[in-house]
Design a protein around this ligand. Structure first.
Ligand code: 5GP
Length: 128
């Protein structure tokens, strides 16, 4: 087993500039842009520029510089949008869906940063 990266996934096309995006922030190794179908008033996606499928793939295969850049890019988004509770922001939720059980639709690692409303419980209860 292992990961095979599909270079035709939608975020690869965004990174190549073949599909437009609403950029929030760009760093050396990462790109943050608004989700096309936001689930909350703030819904930003942060992706690494490298070809990584899931979070575990990224941690296994990316360089320390890419890993640090990715996490700092997320922090910069939270800063730019004024979301940090430590700085009187309203808070946020970070979500990384990975694989089938995580219901990952785009097979390029992405972190959702959501805020702007009460997001409810982390995982909805199973219907009885
Ligand atoms: P996943 O379910 O894989 O965790 O989330 C994929 C996300 O990508 C969804 O929230 C979806 O709305 C978003 N998305 C899919 N296609 C595009 C696109 O072309 N542009 C942008 N900005 N977001 C997209």
């Amino acid at each position: 087993m292992g990961y095979t990266y599909d270079h035709e996934n939608i975020f690869a096309k965004i990174l190549r500039g073949e599909i437009p995006n609403d950029t929030v922030l760009e760093t050396e190794h990462s790109l943050a842009f608004n989700d096309i179908a936001p689930q909350s008033p703030v819904h930003v996606l942060v992706i690494p520029k490298g070809p990584y499928v899931t979070w575990d793939h990224f941690i296994d295969a990316a360089s320390d510089a890419e890993i640090a850049d990715y996490h700092r890019a997320m922090r910069q988004v939270i800063d730019k949008l004024g979301l940090s509770p430590g700085e009187d922001g309203q808070g946020y939720r970070v979500i990384v869906n990975s694989g089938a059980a995580g219901v990952q639709e785009v097979m390029h690692l992405h972190t959702h940063i959501c805020s702007g409303r009460d997001l409810g419980r982390m995982i909805p209860n199973e219907p009885k």
